[in-house]
Design a protein around this ligand. Structure first.
Ligand code: SF4
Ligand code: SF4
Length: 402
């Protein structure tokens, strides 16, 4: 193992942050002790294993640094607008200090359009000085020719792009594509490594291969595919733009084809795993796509522009104010943890449960009205629900408008 950058004691042992390759690794108590970890009183408690023990703090936090954005994208998960709230520099530095105190490893700046803040690089530098690894997701709006090289302060820059094909933009506006393309050209010219975020919808699905090729040509090193999740303005289009069942069934082979034919690395986001449950991919193969299921409340937390915590960027807002206790006492974070540990059937007996953690809670709540409901887009859930449904009627969660 290369020299650890940071070590954080946990009940099972420790989480180790490595520099080369950049990675977070969980180690047991024996190895943690050899690495010099001081567990305090943590190891006096019994460990139920790395997948089950609650973590002492999130490893990653999404920090909303603004609610402002002028692009008006119809699928914006944050419902950002030009006159949204924006915390001061000092308020955000205070949040970063709290996150460092908690032992968080990485912080993703989001919004709104984070890159439009004049002080976004100073914030990222402050995060680094506190031992946090900063990353950013951007529409490209703040990537001017003069600023492009300054994005090197971020460990990862992801540009949101609906792809080059006119007519396939659903989540963003048509104008957004040109902004993203210009930003990618500027980042590339400035030698900044970047990836592309692409939301899969029933319209954009047809452009997946072309998008991957175009992203590679544009110089992206990574393609991250995001599931359409009903948050913010995206809630209004979720029903009409979520993938059709037939597209969900084609997703696994489509991903494998991309991996085999493209140079750039292909990853999928937290909410995508349930959609791959019928693809016949073993957990090891899923790891190839960086697939981890719902990490909300497990290793992920969001802080909004008012300093309130929530499980993820798509979930409800207005939880506890960020503090050293918020991670363990916030009700929504606790509910996510509890659901993942003990989901209902068919998740309870699913081979992928440990990775998937019982499906996306935001989709489940939106589709079924029940936070603990099933994620209706998972093929395994679909099959289970239709087997359970009375022959003459169809249950709400399996109603096929897909
Ligand atoms: S609820 Fe979980 S799976 Fe859904 S978007 Fe949030 S983190 Fe991802
Ligand atoms: S059945 Fe549940 S745990 Fe299994 S993949 Fe589907 S949503 Fe995830």
């Amino acid at each position: 193992m290369t020299r650890p950058l940071r070590l954080r004691p946990e009940r099972f042992g420790a989480i180790v942050s490595l520099q080369d390759p950049p990675a977070l690794v969980s180690v047991d108590r024996v190895l943690a002790r050899r690495l010099g970890v001081d567990p305090g009183g943590l190891w006096e408690q019994r460990s139920d294993g790395v997948d089950v023990d609650p973590l002492s703090a999130p490893t990653e936090v999404h920090l909303a640094v603004t609610e402002r954005c002028g692009q008006g994208c119809p699928g914006c998960y944050a419902d950002a607008s030009p006159d949204g709230d924006e915390p001061s520099f000092s308020a955000l530095v205070a949040q970063l200090e709290r996150l460092a105190e908690l032992g968080v490893f990485s912080v993703t700046f989001g919004g709104g359009e984070a890159s439009l803040r004049a002080d976004v690089f100073a914030l990222a530098e402050r995060a680094r000085a506190l031992g946090l690894v900063p990353t950013v997701t951007t529409s490209g709006a703040g990537v001017s020719a003069g600023r492009a090289s300054r994005f090197r302060v971020f460990a990862q820059v992801n540009v949101s792009w609906d792809g080059p094909k006119p007519g396939l933009a659903t989540v963003r506006t048509h104008e957004s594509a040109a902004i993203a393309e210009l930003a990618m050209a500027r980042l590339r010219a400035a030698g900044v490594r970047f990836g592309v975020n692409f939301v899969l919808t029933r319209t954009s699905f047809a452009g997946l291969e072309e998008l991957a090729k175009a992203a590679e040509v544009a110089g992206a090193v990574e393609l991250q595919l995001l599931r359409l999740v009903p948050g913010g303005r995206g809630s209004a289009m979720w029903q009409s733009q979520r993938l059709r069942s037939a597209q969900v069934d084609r997703l696994g082979p489509a991903l494998m084809k991309l991996v085999e034919t493209r140079e750039l690395s292909v990853r999928v986001n937290c909410a995508m795993l349930p959609l791959l449950s019928s693809a016949g991919l073993a957990p090891d193969e899923l790891r190839r796509f960086g697939v981890l299921g719902c990490e909300a409340g497990r290793s992920l937390m969001t802080v909004d522009v008012h300093g309130r915590v929530s499980p993820c960027s798509y979930s409800h807002r207005g939880g506890q104010l960020l503090s050293v206790d918020a991670w363990s006492v916030d009700e929504a974070l606790r509910a996510h943890r509890a659901h993942a540990l003990s989901p209902p059937e068919p998740c309870a007996s699913c081979d992928l449960r440990r990775a998937c953690r019982g499906g996306c809670r935001v989709v489940a709540r939106h589709a079924t009205g029940d936070f603990d409901g099933l994620d209706p887009e998972c093929p395994r859930v679909r099959e289970f629900s239709s087997a359970q449904a009375p022959k003459e009627s169809t249950s709400p969660s399996s109603a096929s408008t897909m």
